[in-house]
Design a protein around this ligand. Structure first.
Ligand SMILES: *Cc1c(COP(=O)(O)O)cnc(C)c1O
Length: 543
């Protein structure tokens, strides 16, 4: 491998000079600019290389001693990394929330990286700071819809913030619960507040045995991380079973009261607007009432579903979200912004002062430095990409994208229901649905089988989904994810299901039909299918 010389002049070239037009790096750039889809389909090859095999390319901990030429290194990246990455742009990659991006993000991302602004403080970001505040204001208005004077007063106020921009839904959930915690256990005469005195002192001062957060079992695992990190402990997560996939307000109220009866304090109810697994929306309006009744904070995790608010046709599905004290949104999900664009929004612009932090060299008191109320320190100018998206697509563009996803999910659900090989498990509320493959005749068999045979059938159906999902992924033409759910329909049994997220606007009905067709074909080649046929045979004979 050709090595570059180690000299200051070479390093200065690396910092300043673009690669020559015919260099490998320049070729990559050109190919990406000309036709991204073509670049991805040529380079991201769905090779059946195992992760263990790939690990061999990344096994050494030796520090690279001598500089390599940029172009030489670019070759290596193509071969070892890009070739074995995942083509999330593929219209048949419908298993996760990560999908294709609008093309304009590529040059804009380059601009963002080139400018290398740091939003932690104005001294390294200047205009990016008001821009980020404006983006937060726009998203705040999307949810809370306050009037003009409200935004005139608060959008750029050094003493307030409408939200915190962050890397994603996880940090947004943490930020929201952090603000809630510090407001609940805040300073008062004789106590300096949890932020200064810590949790143990706060519990003593307020005479409570614990602080908990309540959500349904479909709550995102980042809530557990937040409980851990904020010192309240994962065991104080009050998790409610949800056989109908949404949090029952009645159950929440009972559980909240029981929790308080133990001498503990319920910090917050978390309603989910678009669960990660099934896309369901909790009854937010009723949960806001319960939170009122219990006197606790109401947080809505709308990381996935929040963008539905752009749609006049479907925003009613999130009715009550405007009553939340705080909201999590991910622009890198249904707003089609590159990853690293999360937001926590606060109904009351004063609330985040509970976490405000000042330092001498930056974040001086009265400054508009965004770092004083964010969990993260150095952050890039990602808000620019949200800003650009909001303008380039506009609310109407977003509405179209949201509507077509929801309507496509409905059509997919219909295809599944009409197909004798499949069974729809959860109807799409937004654009996520779950289903499984069930050989014809198995439902009748189940209805008349002994308990032991029923159990055997359940096991085989679960195995069938696992095998089909794995083989489909390995074949590399399409990708659907899988999860385990308990549902009312199956007397609360936990079943394994395919999970589909219809995020990519380029996914056509034809793609969906092809995915089902492939799954049906793969299913018939599995051991589980054969065994189910074996169970069916004698049954067919007798009847
Ligand atoms: C994706 C998601 C999160 C986590 O967001 P990240 O951006 O992955 O950190 C949290 N909650 C819900 C409901 C989500 O869909």
């Amino acid at each position: 491998m050709s090595k570059a010389e180690v000299s200051m002049s070479h390093l200065i070239r690396v910092f300043t000079k673009p690669e020559q037009l015919n260099s490998k790096l320049a070729q990559i750039e050109q190919h990406i600019s000309d036709n991204l889809a073509d670049f991805l389909s040529q380079h991201v090859v769905a090779k059946k290389t195992s992760l263990e095999e790939i690990e061999k390319d990344f096994a050494s901990a030796a520090i690279p001693e001598i500089p390599e030429f940029v172009s030489t290194h670019a070759e290596t990246l193509l071969e070892k990394l890009v070739a074995h990455s995942v083509n999330t742009y593929s219209p048949r990659f419908i298993g996760h929330m990560t999908s294709a991006l609008p093309y304009f993000h590529l040059p804009l991302a380059k601009l963002m990286v080139g400018l290398n602004q740091n939003l932690v403080k104005i001294e390294t970001s200047k205009a990016f700071t008001p821009l980020e505040r404006q983006v937060l204001g726009i998203m705040h208005k999307l949810v809370y819809g306050q009037d003009e004077t409200f935004y005139e007063q608060y959008l750029h106020s050094a003493k307030h913030s409408l939200g915190a921009f962050c890397s994603g839904g996880t940090v947004a959930n943490m930020t929201a619960l952090w603000v809630a915690r510090n407001n609940l256990l805040g300073p008062r005469p004789g106590f300096s507040g949890v932020a200064r005195a810590g949790l143990a002192a706060a519990y003593r001062h307020y005479d409570i045995d614990g602080v908990g957060v309540l959500s349904s079992r479909r709550g995102h695992y980042s809530l557990g991380k937040a409980m851990d990190l904020l010192g309240m402990g994962r065991d104080e997560m009050v998790t409610i079973d949800c056989p109908s996939q949404t949090l029952s307000p009645e159950k929440a109220l009972i559980a909240g009261r029981e929790y308080a009866a133990q001498g503990k304090k319920l910090l917050a109810i978390v309603g989910i607007a678009g669960t990660t697994e099934t896309g369901h929306v909790d009854p937010l309006d009723e949960l806001a009432d319960v939170a009122n009744e219990l006197g606790c904070w109401f947080h809505v995790d709308a990381a996935w579903g929040g963008a539905t608010l752009f749609s006049e046709r479907y925003r009613h599905k999130l009715k009550g979200i405007e009553r939340a004290d705080s909201i999590t949104m991910d622009a890198h999900k249904q707003m089609y912004v590159p990853m690293g664009a999360g937001m926590a929004l606060f109904k009351d612009p004063k609330d985040s002062n509970a976490v405000r932090h000042h330092a001498q060299y930056i974040l001086r008191e009265g400054s508009k430095d965004l770092g004083s109320t964010t969990l993260e320190g150095s952050r890039n100018g990602m808000a620019m990409l949200v800003y650009a998206s909001l303008h380039i697509l506009g609310r109407q563009g977003y509405e179209l994208l949201i509507n077509q996803s929801i309507e496509k999910a409905r059509r997919y659900a219909e295809m599944i229901e009409e197909d004798p090989f499949f069974e729809l498990i959860t109807q799409p509320t937004l654009s996520i649905l779950t289903y499984r493959v069930v050989p014809p005749g198995v439902h009748d068999l189940l209805a008349n089988a002994s308990q032991q045979t029923q159990q055997r059938i359940y096991d085989l159906l679960n195995q069938l989904v696992v095998s089909v999902q794995k083989r489909q992924r390995e074949a590399g033409k399409s990708f659907v994810s899988r999860t385990r759910l308990s549902t009312q329909t199956y007397s609360d049994k936990t079943i394994t299901v395919f999970r589909v997220v219809l995020a990519n606007p380029l996914t056509s009905d034809e793609d969906l039909r092809a995915i089902l067709q492939e799954q049906a074909t793969i299913a018939q080649e599995t051991q589980a299918w054969q065994e189910l046929q074996g169970l069916l045979l004698p049954h067919v004979k007798v009847s």
